[in-house]
Design a protein around this ligand. Structure first.
Ligand SMILES: C[S@@+](CC[C@H](N)C(=O)[O-])C[C@H]1O[C@@H](n2cnc3c(N)ncnc32)[C@H](O)[C@@H]1O
Length: 269
């Protein structure tokens, strides 16, 4: 079987205007950049939203690299079948282990450093900011996007794949979760966010939800901005934000609040 080249995103040369799809190129000079490889039946879905705004700028600036592996090209037979009926019966189709196995091995052969292999799956560990921080600190990720009823369990077991979920809901495929995971990691890479303080202060970074934000105009539809935020008194503003952050977390996310208390409450002596 002829293995097609992997599609890569990342800029070879700086041009005046570059479209998101033109960010795809294989460039060995980017070997040191954070690598996101995505195995998918829909490579045309990438870079998608990742080609815009801060992540798109960072892709052009070679702060990270994106490549897709087209699962279809590893399919069986003339029709390049990638799925089959579930063993034991039941609705839908399941992604074949031999097809996915070939795609994974192809993806890993191209890597100078092995990156964590993650299957986006509603059964997985819920994605967290801590997970994004840990992945962003590594060499990159190899992501498997499921479709249909999902992936043959033997692939998950054989390649020691980590399953990661974007939440307790079911999407039609892993492409949107893959883009969400990559976005959460890329914005933490050095140089991606203009103002690094914003990554340190936002929700979850401190273990708490972020305080409410306001901007101009000072009065809008009879709603004003809390006086303290216009006082210019930085200590009082910080204190107000801290209290808001704690109140919101206590009300909306008792799980995060309990975790916060566990870390901040000193054990009695
Ligand atoms: C229709 S879903 C399969 C759902 C599977 N039969 C189940 O009940 O767990 C198809 C694919 O979408 C992706 N997906 C759907 N929901 C997801 C979620 N909450 N988090 C991550 N990936 C998800 C996965 O890659 C999954 O293999």
């Amino acid at each position: 079987m002829t293995i097609p080249p992997t599609k890569s995103h990342g800029r070879k040369s700086i041009q005046a205007s570059v479209k998101p799809r033109e960010l795809m190129s294989t460039d060995p000079r980017l070997a040191q950049a954070w690598q996101a490889q995505v195995i998918t039946l829909f490579p045309e879905a990438f870079p998608g939203i990742l080609g815009l705004s801060l992540t798109g700028r960072a892709l052009k600036d070679r702060l990270w690299q994106l490549s897709t592996v087209d699962l279809r090209t590893f399919g069986e037979g003339r029709h390049r079948n990638v799925d089959d009926t579930p063993a034991g019966g039941g609705a839908g189709m399941v992604l074949r282990p031999d097809v996915m196995g070939r795609a994974i091995e192809h993806a890993q052969r191209g890597q100078s450093v092995r990156t964590p292999l993650i299957y986006l799956s509603p059964r997985g560990r819920p994605m967290t900011q801590a997970m994004a921080q840990s992945l962003a600190a590594g060499p990159g990720v190899t992501l498997i996007c499921g479709r249909f009823e999902g992936l043959d369990q033997r692939v998950i077991d054989h390649y020691d794949v980590t399953e990661v979920s974007m939440g307790d809901f079911v999407l039609t495929g892993g492409e949107i979760p893959a883009q969400a995971l990559i976005d959460a990691c890329v914005r933490l890479l050095p140089g991606v966010l203009g103002n690094t303080a914003s990554a340190e202060e936002e929700s979850f970074s401190t273990g708490l939800l972020e305080h409410p934000q306001y901007t101009k105009p000072a009065l809008w539809k009879n709603h004003d901005i809390p006086d303290v935020l216009l006082s210019g008194h930085h200590a009082k503003i910080r204190e107000w934000q801290r209290v808001q952050s704690e109140d919101l977390t206590r009300d909306r996310r008792p799980d995060l609040w309990a975790e916060h208390l566990r870390h901040t409450t000193k054990p009695e002596t």
